[in-house]
Design a protein around this ligand. Structure first.
Ligand code: NAP
Length: 307
């Protein structure tokens, strides 16, 4: 029979490492399964300039390493492995990793949500450089430059409007004529003097030169005709998907798979907590995820005390 851990944290990233830091400092000897690709979304970001405490900014991967080291210093045990499945039907909870079962009195889920990418030609090389999925994080780097935003939902509208603070011109590239975005958000974008809208356009290929992204080849899905657009920044806003399929519906989620909190950061299963982008459809920032990771750790600690 495996040892029963006080807390197992599933997923890394700012929420996970902060939960690790707090539970370790509370002497709960937490174990984290960080995933094969540990660190989360920030591993794909170049410079982070909006996380308090780094006056010169910091590279996303470096910040994740710092958060991890800090938590490990207080005793967080980290295994860079993926969780295959969980069984929350009875306590202690069961967590299966590479075929092996681990037991925990409390679980904190911080598996995040992945932005959906287009997977256009050349995208891999431009990720985290010219092509981004977060205007709040990277918009600042494109002052007085021409950028595009891909998508036709509220996220695309919000990002396009936000980018007008920095960019000289923002083109919203959308694959059809109708928008999913709310009327108000669409109208605000359509009326903005810095924003143009390119309809019936799908990014086929990213173009680059020695200084980075230089534009894209857009395809008209109706007839396959190609049109070149120049831009030094591109923001893909076509949605996110939470990393919850491994839970197989054992905690309550919304229709899109985001975990729903039932009391503070506790999920529908008492003793199972969740924090960060796996529950957050609104803020999606490293600092908000870290803050929620702290809340989940404190909630888990109190719950363990009471139970
Ligand atoms: P969304 O509403 O699902 O919109 C995704 C957009 O991306 C759609 O226009 C879709 O085009 C397009 N798209 C999807 N796959 C694509 C592909 N492979 N190539 C090109 N375009 C593609 O997603 P969202 O905008 O992220 O919004 C998600 C939820 O959050 C919504 O409920 C939204 O209202 C909410 N939200 C609210 C706010 C706010 O109120 N402030 C801000 C952001 C988000 P099609 O329309 O052709 O399918």
């Amino acid at each position: 029979m495996a040892d029963v851990r006080n807390v197992i944290i599933i997923g890394s990233g700012p929420a996970g490492y902060t939960a690790g830091l707090y539970t370790a400092r509370a002497m709960l000897e937490p174990l984290m399964f960080a995933g094969y690709a540990s660190g989360g979304q920030l591993m794909l970001t170049s410079d982070v300039e909006n996380f308090p405490g780094y006056p010169e900014g910091i590279a996303g991967p470096e910040m994740m390493l710092d958060l991890r080291k800090q938590a490990e210093r207080f005793g967080l045990e980290v295994e860079d492995k993926n969780v295959e499945k969980v069984d929350f039907s009875s306590r202690p909870f069961k967590i299966t990793v590479e075929g092996e079962e681990h037991l925990a009195k409390a679980v904190i889920i911080t598996t995040g949500a992945d932005a959906i990418w287009l997977d256009a030609e050349g995208e891999q090389e431009q990720k985290g450089k010219g092509v981004s999925t977060c205007a709040t994080c990277d918009g600042f780097f494109f002052r007085e430059q021409e950028v595009i935003v891909v998508g036709g939902g509220d996220s695309a509208m919000e990002e396009a409007h936000f980018l007008t603070r920095f960019a000289s011109k923002v083109t919203v590239v959308h694959r059809r004529e109708y928008f999913r975005a709310s009327r108000t958000m669409y109208d605000r974008v359509a009326a903005h003097p810095k924003i143009e809208i390119a309809l019936h356009r799908q990014v086929k290929r990213w173009l680059s030169d020695e200084s980075g992204l230089s534009g894209a080849i857009l395809e008209d899905p109706r007839d396959g005709s190609e049109h070149e657009i120049s831009c030094t920044g591109a923001f893909i806003a076509i949605g996110h998907k939470p990393n919850t399929p491994f839970l197989e519906g054992q905690v309550e989620t919304d229709d899109s798979g985001y975990i729903i909190h039932s009391e503070h950061t506790m999920t529908s299963i008492p003793g199972v907590f969740a924090a960060g982008d796996v529950v957050d459809t609104r803020y999606r920032q490293a600092i908000t995820a870290a803050g929620m990771g702290c809340q989940a750790a404190i909630d888990a600690e109190k719950w363990l005390e009471d139970n």
